[in-house]
Design a protein around this ligand. Sequence first.
Ligand SMILES: CC(C)(COP(=O)(O)OP(=O)(O)OC[C@H]1O[C@@H](n2cnc3c(N)ncnc32)[C@H](O)[C@@H]1OP(=O)(O)O)[C@@H](O)C(=O)NCCC(=O)NCCS
Length: 178
Amino acid sequence: MQIEGPRVRIRGLEKADLSNTFAWRNDERSLRWFKNATPLQWESHVNWYDKYQASDATGCMFFVESSEGSPVGQSSIYNVDGDSAEVGRFLSQPELRGAGLFREALLLTLYAAFDLAHLKRVHLEVIENNDRAVRLYKSVGFETTGTTDGLLQMDLTAGRFGPIRDALPFAITTQGSL
Ligand SMILES: CC(C)(COP(=O)(O)OP(=O)(O)OC[C@H]1O[C@@H](n2cnc3c(N)ncnc32)[C@H](O)[C@@H]1OP(=O)(O)O)[C@@H](O)C(=O)NCCC(=O)NCCS
């Protein structure tokens, strides 16, 4: 399965992607923005992926790459509960931040959630002073629903995402199914 915009595409996370996601996650520019800011160990990263693959968990782990095939980031839809789910595990390659590539990947992830998986609501948690991430989430329609222990809870409904998707100045194409 692949969902494609003009600059990036998202596809299922593969084992061969783990060396990239491991390096990005442990980079000092990323680590502090995760609830668990302890550096990952390679073995537990691989074990986590193997367990995820073997489980019957619903949702999708996406790897983001540029249209030319270079690695850009990761995103995920998980903890699906009826017609709502959590989104997150958002992470981009530190050198590529600030160019709008991940924003496009986030829009493709939300397209997968609402238009392909027909969810009605997605939600996330973000460390409240992660200004860059909060700005990004607000720019695609997320609203803050609460704050607990330094974490903002934000959500986005299909009703709010619809007009944002309709106003996108580009087409989204999909190959395969979720
Ligand atoms: C949060 C994170 C995934 C966002 O990814 P990113 O690569 O910074 O995302 P983008 O480059 O798409 O960000 C949009 C920025 O690009 C700018 N931009 C530049 N050209 C652009 C274009 N053509 N189109 C859209 N935006 C563009 C936007 O103005 C925006 O700038 P801002 O950060 O000053 O608001 C990334 O910063 C990251 O991995 N952070 C560490 C981990 C983390 O915080 N994860 C989230 C935990 S909840």
